[in-house]
Design a protein around this ligand. Structure first.
Ligand SMILES: C[S@@+](CC[C@H](N)C(=O)[O-])C[C@H]1O[C@@H](n2cnc3c(N)ncnc32)[C@H](O)[C@@H]1O
Length: 194
């Protein structure tokens, strides 16, 4: 099972209809679509991306699935946008890196990612969960991944539940890493890593 699929399985357990959920990197809209399905018409999705093409693709996916109601699409840097949010979140997703199928030089950065993550403890509900997927094979990816690891270790030291999933891969490759973090311990589905 791919890490992205596993995140969706976890969301099925964690999210409730009516939740407000953040997709901090909307990209091609696969995560936003899953979130919108789970939170239903009474829920509220906040989908952010710094590329208009990503938000257009995400909006199209939601519209085609007739799930566009009460969802916000915000164009900009998630670090700046999160500072202005105050609504409690049932979940937050960061699927970092670049937009697949688009300009691979437009990437998330350690500075912006750290600043955005710093807003999450203020926003996340006690029973909510944070999912952060990092990629290490593109230029700048390894540095960003290290920065996320440091942030996660700080949260763990503050008493948060923190889990790291790093699937095995070929010796000359670097696998993506999934971090799951939450104020309280989570009972998550099992995953069979290849
Ligand atoms: C791997 S893709 C996300 C995949 C997406 N969640 C999906 O389901 O298709 C990463 C996205 O993050 C966006 N991004 C990178 N840095 C960002 C930032 N600082 N603020 C907002 N979006 C950012 C990129 O434009 C790109 O679309």
């Amino acid at each position: 099972m791919r890490l992205t699929q596993y995140v969706h399985k976890c969301l099925e357990v964690i999210l409730q209809p009516g939740d407000c959920v953040l997709d901090a990197t909307a990209g091609n809209g696969f995560d936003s679509l899953k979130i919108a399905e789970l939170i239903g018409q009474s829920g509220h999705l906040i989908a952010i991306d710094k590329q208009a093409i990503a938000l257009n693709t995400t909006h199209k996916k939601l519209t085609e699935a007739r799930l566009e109601a009460d969802h916000e699409m915000i164009l900009g840097d998630h670090a700046e946008i999160l500072q202005k949010l105050s609504r409690p979140l049932g979940g937050a997703l960061f699927n970092l890196g670049y937009l697949p199928g688009s300009d691979k030089s437009i990437i998330s950065t350690p500075e912006s990612t750290s600043a955005a993550l710093n807003e999450i403890p203020r926003l996340l509900k006690e029973k909510g969960a944070l999912f952060v997927t990092t990629y290490r094979e593109h230029p700048g990816g390894a540095e960003e991944s290290k920065c996320v690891q440091e942030w996660m270790m700080q949260q763990k030291a503050k008493g948060w539940y923190v889990q790291k999933l790093e699937p095995p891969c070929a010796p000359d490759r670097l696998s993506p890493i999934l971090w799951i973090a939450a104020p309280l311990a989570l009972d998550l589905p099992r995953i069979n890593l290849p």
